[in-house]
Write a protein that binds this ligand. Structure first.
Ligand code: HEM
Length: 460
């Protein structure tokens, strides 16, 4: 009997050890891995950002964890992220294909498309078409000005009442991108847009929450009726709505005279015919939805953070207003070109983008071949997570305080942000004890001046 128990115990140990994932040779280090579970239980499922920071302290800027049985390399800090995403961009250009977000978007979008000809063709087409319809150009101004009228109107109507700026910003961002994609805008109380905004917001929350992490870690639970199923339902709802837009476009379009992104895609489909290109009718819907989602949630969350900060720092708001008034000189509309004369407003916008940290872990990448990073070996197909927070929120190095000879250890201060490049690198650092805006001459040259009162300009 005793022998049987020992043998059984040895068998169980052997099976468990066989199931245990192991780090390949010279793979980035990381915490001990549990069989099947990997490191999933050592991470907060709600918000793993603090865990990533803690692990960085133990294992350095490049380390690995196992999400269930799958390895992932976490990259932190400017040096490592730059080596991966700039110097070795092609090696790190893939996207993992077996995650919750891939399944929800049915692998037909562009953001999560893996590196290859289909991604290249669709990315090039998106960039070209979005540019033709005004993204990053002056013509976008008119759309934005038009939308601002509605936003101001909404704010005026809510004077003396409470309102949710989240919904308002979502609607505004959604309408601007919607006009580029589908040549239409919606009133803020439109039932259809409310459904789309709800689906986007819920899916964004689900994709960044514990259920997505569990879905990614344990493939066996994927078919169970758990809360992540809601994301598939939401995706189906918006897909059906966009399918209706596409059907309508097909009926009303004039070939060669595109009104929007969908018309351009339909024109392109006719042009490429059956020549084996990756363009296909069944991709239009999820492709457009991908851009819709990418452009709506990110922009509205950044705006939301921006307004929160401006409310908390009314003197910054006031200084922005003074600069805008000075540059406009009585004109009633600001133009895209005016930004060159508004260094303070531009610096505030940069700072808002930094503190908003809208996509803290970026979109996951994946290696396209066996490669190396900071001396470690990373096999093809490994999931790569860029910890953008590590770049936006802290910078682990010494800097010289501008105008003084003192050295500041950035770990002991709170927040750093780089403005400018090369010789005129300027860092904004949060020093709660000091209320001061400094403006180094090189900053003026680079059209960058101070931002917050709680921030100190420092130069490397
Ligand atoms: C504040 C606004 C925005 C933020 C913070 C943001 C952030 C990001 C980030 C972090 C990535 C991942 C980059 C990577 O894989 O390394 C990304 C990718 C992408 N974003 Fe944005 N984004 C914003 C606005 C937009 C807008 C307005 C659009 C277009 C309508 C857009 C379309 C895309 C696309 C298509 C990709 C995938 C690019 C590729 O795979 O090559 N984004 N964005």
């Amino acid at each position: 009997m005793f022998l049987s128990v020992v043998l059984l115990w040895l068998c169980v140990c052997f099976i468990v050890l066989q199931l245990k994932s192991r780090r390949p040779k010279n793979f980035p280090p990381g915490p001990p891995i549990l069989p099947l579970l990997g490191n999933t239980l050592q991470l907060s499922l709600e918000n793993p950002l603090k865990d990533f920071e803690r692990l960085r302290k133990s294992y350095g800027d490049v380390y690995s964890i196992f999400i269930g049985p799958k390895p992932a390399v976490i990259i932190n800090g400017v040096k490592a992220i730059k080596e991966a995403m700039v110097t070795k961009a092609r090696d790190f250009a893939g996207r993992p294909q077996d995650l919750f977000v891939n399944d929800v978007t049915k692998d037909k979008g562009v953001i999560l498309a893996d590196y290859g000809s289909s991604w290249r063709e669709h990315r090039r087409f998106a960039l070209m078409t979005l540019r033709n319809f005004g993204l990053g150009k002056n013509s976008m101004e008119d759309r934005i000005h038009e939308e601002i009228k509605y936003t101001v109107n909404t704010l005026e109507k809510s004077i003396g009442k409470t309102m949710s700026p989240q919904v308002m910003f979502h609607n505004a961002a959604s309408n601007i991108i919607c006009q580029v994609l589908f040549a239409r805008r919606y009133e803020y109380d439109n039932a259809l847009i409310k459904v789309i905004v709800r689906c986007f917001t819920e899916n964004s929350r689900l994709a960044n929450g514990p259920w997505a992490m569990l879905y990614d870690s344990f493939p066996l639970i994927r078919y169970l009726p758990l809360p992540f199923m809601k994301a598939f339902k939401n995706a189906e709802t918006v897909e059906n709505l966009v399918n209706e837009f596409v059907k309508e476009h097909k009926k009303t379009r004039v070939p060669g005279e595109p009104r929007d992104f969908v018309d351009c895609y339909l024109d392109e489909l006719e042009k490429v015919g059956d020549d084996g290109s990756s363009f296909s009718e069944d991709r239009i819907c999820l492709y457009a939805l991908d851009l819709y989602f990418a452009g709506t949630d990110t922009t509205s969350n950044t705006l939301l953070t921006g307004f929160l900060y401006l409310m908390n720092y009314p003197h910054v708001q006031e200084r922005c207003q003074q600069e805008i008034d000075r540059v406009l000189e009585g004109k009633d509309r600001v133009s895209f070109e005016d930004r060159h004369k508004m260094p303070y407003v531009q610096a505030v916008i940069h700072e808002i983008q930094r503190v908003a940290n809208t996509v803290p872990l970026s979109v996951f990448h994946c290696t396209t071949k066996d490669t190396e990073l900071m001396g470690y070996s990373i096999p093809k197909g490994t999931m790569i997570i860029e910890n953008l927070t590590s770049v936006l929120i802290t910078l682990n190095k010494k800097v010289r305080v501008w105008g003084t000879e003192s050295q500041a250890d950035l770990q002991s201060i709170q927040v750093v942000h780089r403005l400018g490049s090369g010789d005129s690198e300027i860092y904004l650092i949060k020093c709660p004890a000091i209320i001061c805006i400094e403006c180094p001459p090189s900053a003026k040259n680079a059209s960058m001046v101070g931002v917050h009162n709680c921030y100190h300009h420092l130069m490397c």
